[in-house]
Design a protein around this ligand. Sequence first.
Ligand SMILES: NC(=O)c1ccc[n+]([C@@H]2O[C@H](COP(=O)([O-])OP(=O)(O)OC[C@H]3O[C@@H](n4cnc5c(N)ncnc54)[C@H](O)[C@@H]3O)[C@@H](O)[C@H]2O)c1
Ligand SMILES: [Zn+2]
Length: 377
Amino acid sequence: MNLDIPLSVPFRHRVTFTRGVFDAANATLRSVLASDDGLERRLVAFVDSNVLAANPGIPDRIRAYAAAHPAMPAVCLVESIAGGEQAKRSMSVVDRVVEAVDEHRIDRQSFVLAIGGGAVLDAVGFGAAIAHRGVRLVRMPTTTLGQDDAGMAVKNGINLGHKKNFIGSFAVPHAVVCDQDLLTTSPDWSWCGGFSEAVKIALLRDPELFARIERDAAAIRARDMAAAMPVIARSAELHWRHIALGGDPFETQSARPLDFGHWLAHRLEGMSDGELPHGQAVAIGVAVDTAYSACAGLLDEGVADRVIRVLRELGLPTTHEFLADSGAVMAGLEEFREHLGGQLTITLLRGIGSPVDVHAMDAAMLKRALALTSRAS
Ligand SMILES: NC(=O)c1ccc[n+]([C@@H]2O[C@H](COP(=O)([O-])OP(=O)(O)OC[C@H]3O[C@@H](n4cnc5c(N)ncnc54)[C@H](O)[C@@H]3O)[C@@H](O)[C@H]2O)c1
Ligand SMILES: [Zn+2]
């Protein structure tokens, strides 16, 4: 017997940008959590410890919000999760989420709410994806990187040793809710870091967005919300579009993940043992791959200079001491190929909004690119 049929499973990928998400008058959470079938739903919430330290009222506000609206799930638990990359360094957060799902009888129609930076969302999300083979996850990103990129993803994961995101799954969240007010307490380095992903996606997809970032870089760095939010929202929308409409959300076929600059970013993160944050690593990766594009004769050198200048104006690094060991850096190419599977594919630029894929990188050319990105402006 030979049974063979293509399977397609419909998903919704819902993202909302709002303010004052726990205010009783805000309908966003009600619309994603309340149900009208009269069945009891339950909710456990996990909050990034640094978000909680800066916003100690969150547990009370979640409970008050649930009490103020009809047909909301019962709030069984609001627990702190140690924030930052340490959440992804072991199985302990994942184990804790699985345990809480069991303890509080969270079934497949009940909810895990994750509030925090991308690391906490990734670790809690993996726990929610494997308990009962997947319970409903509502993600609430609290960093610029979480709101303009990571929160839009339909995947989760933790690290294995130096290998970023080695263990994880693809899972579409029940909903993603971004509250700009939650960004205000994030640390400065994290604030700046998230804009590397906005620069990345602008370079791949949207020359107008790049022009806006170039114009407003100083205001964005100074945390002017009026300058920052349109960039965050547009970047989120472009990432969302790629995932929701790109035809390959689980990255099994030809639709490439939006990983410009990421082969080097992942390598640097690994070499620094997680000390270098993702956003800063991406800024360096984007700078180097842009400079490499110019060295390879694909991109005008003046354009490459503009990209490097914008990254610096945003308060982001474009070089790192680890880049001195170009052999160790080159090893990142094979690691990257292995993670994605198949042939090595690196995205370079022909112009802003005009990406091109190549299948090899030249060591001598890379050295020249590294020299360009470390040149003083
Ligand atoms: N799932 C995906 O597709 C995807 C995509 C991109 C990145 N990521 C992952 O996201 C992670 C990076 O996320 P990140 O940049 O948000 O960093 P992060 O999660 O490490 O958060 C940065 C720091 O800020 C703290 N913090 C977060 N929000 C805060 C707030 N509002 N107030 C006070 N403190 C706050 C955190 O506790 C942490 O110490 C990486 O692990 C990366 O691999 C995942
Ligand atoms: Zn990234």
